[in-house]
Design a protein around this ligand. Structure first.
Ligand code: SF4
Ligand code: SF4
Length: 468
């Protein structure tokens, strides 16, 4: 920070929500109002509509989104993923982490303020309910200090009941993402004894959500969330974050409309602090606790307008743009990072698009050597597992690609893989013994659905040792 910025940096030695004795300082942020809060309300309404609506959307009778961890079955945007697709998940996860890192370097914690479920639920659902029942921040503080009279008991109990009900709805939705909406419905249409597991999970999730939004609150962002902790290494002086323009604001001082103002534009009204849900003073500079919720931007704009000064004293800006009074620019570094992000997204899309509908593994049965037959043929015994990642039964044929031979199943001689399921079995591969040159021959097998080749698999064929 520059010379005319705040010199006292003792705020960095403590968490804003914990006092000297280590006790929690409860936050009673004032209700934000302004264009950014309105924009966030609209954005989060759409977000919540999607969150609560997605489990109900079914295409051809199948969910669009399902994260069935117990059965290890995942449906994302109508596509079935099995544990065998873990490499796509792994690459997707790595790409996502790189994406988040690059995005944060360029655009700061925009995600935290606008799209993080914790912020959305806390600020856009539970906080709004609290304002409705207990009043604005000042009223809440008064109520917290008031003795337990009938008014306080009524308000608190009402809040707890509503919080519990909302937590219950969130828990139901969460369970629908994990188990499917049908499983959740069973809890209400079938005897409880049949759905004890679902009931226990639902109760645990409801309790956890209730605890998080009633008690834990901003501590999730300021103390627990690992993403918040990484800001120190992700942000640099060109990152766009919620920033106080100390060049313009300092030296701060009270506003007096009868005097010609000789101080900076900050009128030291502390409105930006009063609305902050994490209890920090944005005028101290970038802080890990800041979730970029924009409440201080709205509060400051309101004060600036009230005293006839330019808005934007607290705004989205980079440290460099504030220090050098430059307009924000989409720099080459940002362009390069954005290009890398686009490439990474492209790689992920490519992986998803080229992913086969069928997953097949063919392994030689352990402990089995080759079998020699009288007509100059040899055979190996194999175990196979075939996965169908679609909602239609699939009949496939296996065709020898780089060898002369025959593939024969044990039992029925066709491979039918049930929809959204798998089949396992054993099969023989027969080869002309003249073709076997080594102890181990690598075989390539084409997988066909009708006339369409959908995949190629490789396995090995074990023959007799032909060394010197
Ligand atoms: S400093 Fe401003 S943007 Fe950051 S958390 Fe507080 S109110 Fe939100
Ligand atoms: S709201 Fe604006 S004017 Fe008031 S203290 Fe904060 S930065 Fe200064």
């Amino acid at each position: 920070m520059s010379d005319n910025s705040v010199k006292d940096t003792s705020f960095r030695d403590k968490v804003a929500t914990v006092d000297q004795k280590g006790h929690r300082i409860w936050m009673f942020p004032h209700k934000p109002e302004g264009k950014y809060y309105n924009a966030r309300t609209i954005f989060s309404s759409v977000y919540l509509l999607i969150f609560f609506g997605l489990p109900f959307i079914r295409v051809n009778g199948h969910p669009v989104f399902l994260l069935d961890v117990l059965d290890r079955r995942f449906i994302l945007f109508g596509q079935i993923f099995w544990p065998q697709d873990f490499f796509i998940f792994a690459i997707g996860l790595i790409l996502f982490i790189i994406f988040i890192a690059l995005f944060t370097v360029v655009f700061g914690r925009v995600f935290c303020g606008w799209a993080c479920p914790q912020t959305i639920f806390m600020e856009m659902i539970f906080r709004k309910i609290e304002y409705l029942i207990e009043g604005d921040g000042v009223d809440q503080k008064v109520l917290a200090k008031a003795p337990w009279n009938s008014k306080k008991i009524t308000k608190k109990v009402t809040k707890w009941v509503v919080f519990w009900a909302v937590s219950f709805i969130i828990a139901n939705t969460f369970m629908a993402y994990l188990n499917g909406i049908e499983e959740v419905k069973k809890l209400y249409t079938e005897p409880l004894a049949k759905n004890v597991g679902t009931f226990v999970s639902m109760s645990v999730f409801t309790t956890v959500f209730f605890f998080v939004y009633l008690w834990l609150r901003e501590q999730v962002c300021t103390v627990i969330c690992p993403y918040g902790r990484m800001q120190g290494v992700l942000l640099d002086k060109d990152s766009v974050i919620v920033t106080y323009d100390y060049k313009r604001g300092e030296k701060r001082g009270k506003f007096n409309k009868s005097e010609q103002r000789t101080l900076g534009d900050c009128i030291d009204c502390a409105q930006c602090v009063k609305v902050c849900p994490t209890g920090i003073d944005i005028r101290n500079g970038t802080q890990l606790e800041c979730i970029n919720c924009t409440a201080c931007m709205d509060a400051c704009d309101k004060m600036m307008s009230a005293v006839g000064l330019l808005t934007g004293l607290v705004r989205y800006a980079s440290e460099n743009s504030v220090a050098e009074h430059k307009k924000w620019k989409f720099t080459w570094r940002m362009k390069a990072y954005s290009a890398v992000m686009c490439i990474l997204m492209g790689v992920l899309v490519f992986l998803l698009v080229t992913r086969s509908d069928v997953g097949i593994t063919v392994l030689r049965t352990p402990g089995q050597l080759f079998q020699q037959w009288p007509n100059h043929t040899m055979s190996n015994l194999y175990s196979y597992k075939m996965l169908n990642k679609t909602f239609k039964d699939k009949e496939v044929t296996l065709v020898a690609e780089n060898f002369k031979g025959e593939i024969k199943m044990v039992g029925e001689n066709k491979f039918v893989i049930p929809k959204n399921g798998y089949t396992v079995g054993t099969m023989f591969i027969y080869m002309d013994d003249q073709e076997i040159k080594d102890r181990k021959t690598v075989l390539r097998i084409g997988v066909y659905e009708g006339k369409d080749k959908i995949s190629t698999i490789t396995t090995s064929f074990l023959g007799p040792f032909k060394g010197n």
